[in-house]
Design a protein around this ligand. Structure first.
Ligand code: C2E
Ligand code: CA
Ligand code: CA
Ligand code: CA
Length: 279
């Protein structure tokens, strides 16, 4: 590297090289994770105003053989960059549909919905609609149990195409939520054109809703907007009763957050619900 001129030295920068190697390792490890079924779907309950569990958001975890439980913040961005998010996202869809089908025959769970996070790259695959419908029919899941969480970032590209896909899936009974609403490139023009069922208030607005009047104003505005457009609204990241009460006073009807439960494995989700339902 010593002989390299100023212009080329970056190529041999040991730090860059280490980062490239790490990334390549992570890509390879993600491939192995899929093959060896190291991914796990955690569920976080979604709660109605009368404190009933109406469904869950599916959140992926990676149970690594030596590194333990790896959170999505550590691998989703790289998976998006290298394209692995597509097969990983399909695994999430299929696992959620399998769960919906298993629950269909259990009265306590038959009406539960599962919300799945879909990344922009996955949504923009030419066969995305087909992949969703395949996952539903392969497992015999009812489409009305499946909710897809989209983000504003997928509207940067071709909005008309996004709308066509959403309408096609909606026609089959699949519902849509706008995740992290208000944190991205939101445009109210898109909002009225997208066939959405739910707006999710991002946890960044919920966290300080009691102490920051700007956050409160935004949260209240989102609730009012959803209500007057005939959409449901779910507040995320609700950690205290006071936050919930504030949001309820302003017309919010559904919640998700550590106040009720952290995301947990399916068996724990089912067990805690069974406890919940005991007289
Ligand atoms: P998100 O979709 O906004 O999910 C909500 C995140 O907030 C989750 O983090 C959840 O565990 C966390 N959370 C829930 N309640 C509370 C609370 O009361 N307080 C606080 N501080 N946090 C709370 P998680 O599971 O680490 O997921 C992070 C992000 O990774 C997700 O944000 C989503 O963007 C992405 N992600 C997770 N699973 C998937 C997936 O299957 N596919 C894709 N494409 N992305 C996923
Ligand atoms: Ca989400
Ligand atoms: Ca969110
Ligand atoms: Ca988020």
């Amino acid at each position: 590297a010593k002989a390299a001129g100023r212009n080329t030295s970056r190529l041999f920068d040991p730090k860059t090289q280490a980062a490239v190697t790490l990334r390549a390792d992570l890509e390879a490890a993600l491939r192995t994770a899929l093959e060896e079924e190291q991914f796990v779907l955690y569920l976080q309950p979604q709660i109605s105003e009368d404190v009933r569990v109406t469904g869950a958001e599916a959140l992926i975890r990676w149970q690594h053989p030596t590194r333990g439980l790896v959170m999505p913040g550590e691998f989703i961005a790289v998976a998006e960059d290298c394209g692995m998010i597509v097969p990983i996202g399909n695994w999430v869809l299929n696992t959620a549909c399998k769960q919906l089908a298993l629950w269909a025959s259990q009265p306590a769970f038959a009406h539960m919905t599962i919300a799945v996070n879909v990344s922009a790259k996955q949504f923009h695959q030419h066969d995305f609609v087909e992949q969703v419908l395949d996952a539903l029919s392969r497992h015999g899941a009812h489409a009305s149990g499946l909710k897809i969480e989209i983000t504003e970032s997928m509207l940067i590209a071709n909005v008309d195409d996004v709308i066509v896909r959403m309408e096609e899936l909606q026609h089959h009974g699949v519902g849509f939520a706008m995740d992290d609403f208000g944190t991205g490139y939101s445009s109210l023009t898109y909002l009225k054109r997208l066939p959405l069922d739910v707006l999710k208030i991002d946890q960044s607005f919920v966290r300080d809703v009691l102490v920051d009047s700007n956050d409160a104003a935004i949260a209240n505005m989102i609730v009012a907007l959803a209500n007057s457009m005939g959409l449901s609204v779910i507040a995320e990241g609700v950690e205290t009763v006071e936050q919930m009460q504030h949001l309820a006073r302003h017309g919010c009807h559904a919640y998700q957050g550590y106040l009720f439960s952290k995301p947990v494995p399916v068996e724990r989700f089912e067990a805690s619900l069974a406890d919940f339902l005991k007289p």
